[in-house]
Design a protein around this ligand. Structure first.
Ligand code: F6R
Length: 261
């Protein structure tokens, strides 16, 4: 696992956007797996700036969602489909056709989950999956004790995650969905490159357990330890509980191993 400590969220966004741009230059129709929430926004802003500046032509890139709320009315502005369209697809100038996600309003949710896993495989698999991390160590919405081999399925959000996400719903807990469709941990591990971004002190404990703790279903993000190419990008605050922080600074700062990502 590469652990790259950056000064702040903006630098993390810039670093990952450059990794995505390099991938798209190499493979113009790359499938980019995107996360929602607050953390990845600097990545999308930096990537869109590169597209506007003509540094990368992303017109053939494809985008797929990591997860989706179940039960929000179609077109709800906080559905992850709407968020990804707003924050990623439109700013990159992509068409809606280049974008795929699980159907959180399907009548048959089980079938919709299976269909999404099949669609990801049929699309050739995810080239780079961007991940955030929950304060409880979740990735996607694989909450603690999720099977490390899980595939896309419906999950119940923990109370803590619903509290964390209430800010997107006018701080009204009654509006926060209880269920989501999420790529499973096994599905996430199928991506060719995993890049987890964590910023802020609130993520420090989860980051330390992910990187330095044992592999455990209690900390779903620790499954990154099983992946052949996982990069964890953290700002100083999120790195503050890493025992090996100095080692990571020494090993990965300004070294080519991660510059190409
Ligand atoms: C959302 C997702 C979640 C978030 C996590 C952190 O698509 O996959 O795992 O990445 O809940 O959210 P923020 O970035 O808002 O702290």
């Amino acid at each position: 696992m590469e652990v790259v400590i950056v000064p702040d969220a903006k630098a993390g966004g810039e670093l990952i956007a450059e990794a995505m741009a390099a991938l798209v230059r190499r493979k113009p129709d790359a499938l980019l797996g995107v996360a929602t929430g607050s953390t990845p926004l600097p990545v999308y802003e930096a990537l869109a700036a590169k597209v506007r500046a003509g540094e990368v032509d992303a017109s053939r890139a494809r985008v797929c969602q990591l997860d989706e709320y179940v039960g929000l009315p179609a077109g709800h502005p906080e559905s992850y489909r709407a968020v990804v369209l707003r924050e990623v697809v439109e700013p990159l100038g992509l068409s809606e056709a280049s974008f795929m996600g699980p159907d959180g309003s399907a009548e048959d949710i089980v079938a919709a989950c299976e269909a999404y896993d099949r669609a990801l495989a049929a699309a050739g698999g995810v080239d780079l999956q961007l991940l955030g991390i929950g304060t409880d160590g979740h990735i996607g919405f694989n909450e603690p004790c999720s099977s490390l081999a899980s595939r896309t399925r419906i999950k119940t959000l923990t109370e803590q995650t619903r509290i964390d996400n209430a800010r997107f719903f006018d701080d009204d807990m009654d509006q926060v969905p209880h269920h989501v469709i999420t790529q499973g941990i096994g599905t996430i591990l199928d991506a060719r490159h995993l890049v987890l971004l964590a910023t802020g002190e609130g993520k420090a404990e989860a980051v330390a357990q992910t990187v330095e703790g044992p592999l455990s279903a209690l900390v779903p993000a620790s499954a990154l330890q099983l992946h052949r190419h996982a990069t964890v990008v953290v700002d100083e605050a999120a790195a503050s509980k890493l025992k090996l922080a100095d080692y990571f600074r020494h090993t990965y700062a300004n070294k080519p191993a991660w510059q190409g990502l």
